[in-house]
Design a protein around this ligand. Structure first.
Ligand SMILES: NC(=O)c1ccc[n+]([C@@H]2O[C@H](COP(=O)([O-])OP(=O)(O)OC[C@H]3O[C@@H](n4cnc5c(N)ncnc54)[C@H](OP(=O)(O)O)[C@@H]3O)[C@@H](O)[C@H]2O)c1
Length: 314
């Protein structure tokens, strides 16, 4: 049985890998999305991440596709009480930014699409510097008081605004950010480790890193000189052919071969072993991509393997 990680701020235990939902309705059809969601929960997974804006960037989409698929899946499987649902506000084309009225309206739309009466974890997706943190937290606190949101969290935010938000919550005794969703993986370490991690540790925030697989690069499926057949192409090209990218993949390959597991599992296991990390997020476009992600939940890297990966990615 997979060891769940206690996410004390919410009072629930979550599976060590959160299932990313940006693929649902983008690179994954609704039918394949249902298959991935079914397989993830069948394996013990209970933590699903989405955003109101997923996937507005895709041709023909308007935003809300991922939430709608998850909502339909929850309704058809009648399992809302068994899963922890995280979603985000600030980037939906009809609800941009974090003005209090925008947050209130966006939350209603997310609840409607998710076909639920509450969101377990509600993130500010991208910070909005035009709104004082006090107003943002007050708007989120109202949602908590109304029972529409269980807990609040921040994603793309500066250390200064995160600290200011936490200080305001402490001063006012209102809802506080209990979790953080930073961009963090073997190829992207410096900003999180130097700027946000100290705050996360000091304030005991749960941390759920995104792009844990560097948009697929850390699965090892892309190699220099080979064509990239993926909607993720712009995000992985920047790592291909770099000295550091080569070092990291070579180290992952070697450990994966020795331990008879998948490269993606190694990349996620490294994250799980880092200080402050609660559960990395990763998404599977197909059912076939899920096993390496699930395997990370029960896989421990040895000390020398962790050191080799950390050194290769420095
Ligand atoms: N807060 C934020 O600003 C933010 C930003 C980005 C993401 N997120 C969240 O984090 C989640 C994870 O991020 P992400 O999905 O963008 O990136 P990711 O987890 O780093 O990469 C996922 C992609 O890697 C490929 N992949 C996964 N498993 C594979 C396997 N076993 N074999 C081969 N390829 C595999 C698939 O892409 P292919 O289509 O190429 O197969 C998949 O869509 C998202 O779903 C979303 O919930 C949040």
């Amino acid at each position: 049985m997979t060891r769940l990680r206690t996410y004390s701020s919410l009072g629930v235990n979550v599976f060590p890998v959160s299932l990313g939902g940006n693929v649902f309705g983008w690179s994954a059809s609704p039918a394949e999305s249902f298959r991935v969601l079914d397989a993830y929960t069948a394996a013990g997974g209970n933590f699903i991440d989405t955003a109101d804006s997923y996937s507005a960037w895709a041709p023909g989409n308007e935003g809300g596709e991922s939430e709608r698929i998850i909502g339909d899946w929850l309704a058809s499987r009648r399992n809302r009480a068994d899963v922890v649902i995280a979603t985000k506000v600030s980037a939906h084309p009809q609800h941009r930014g974090l003005a209090p009225a925008t947050i209130a309206a966006a939350a209603e739309d997310s609840l409607r699409r998710l076909r639920t009466d509450h969101i377990d974890l509600y993130y500010t997706h991208f910070d909005d510097l035009s709104v004082p943190v006090e107003d943002i937290i007050a708007a989120l606190d109202r949602l908590v008081t109304q029972g529409k949101v269980r807990a609040i969290a921040a994603s793309n935010i500066t250390p200064e605004r995160l600290e200011a938000s936490l200080a305001f919550s402490a001063r006012e005794g209102c809802a506080r950010y209990v979790a953080l969703q930073p961009h963090y993986n073997l190829m992207e370490r410096e900003f999180y480790e130097t700027s946000l991690r100290p705050i996360a540790l000091r304030h005991d925030l749960a941390v759920f890193p995104y792009f844990s697989l560097a948009a697929g690069f850390l699965t090892g499926k892309y190699r220099p000189g080979e064509p990239i057949d993926s909607v993720r192409e712009p995000r992985v090209t920047k790592y291909l052919g770099t000295e550091r990218g080569h070092r990291v993949l070579a180290t992952i390959d070697q450990i994966a071969a020795t331990r008879a597991t998948y490269p993606a599992t190694i990349a996620l296991a490294w994250l799980l072993a880092q200080p402050s990390i609660t559960a990395p997020l990763a998404s599977a476009r197909t059912l076939a991509q899920l096993p390496p992600i699930l395997a990370a939940a029960d896989f421990d890297l040895k000390d020398d393997e962790l050191t080799a990966l950390s050194e290769a990615s420095t």
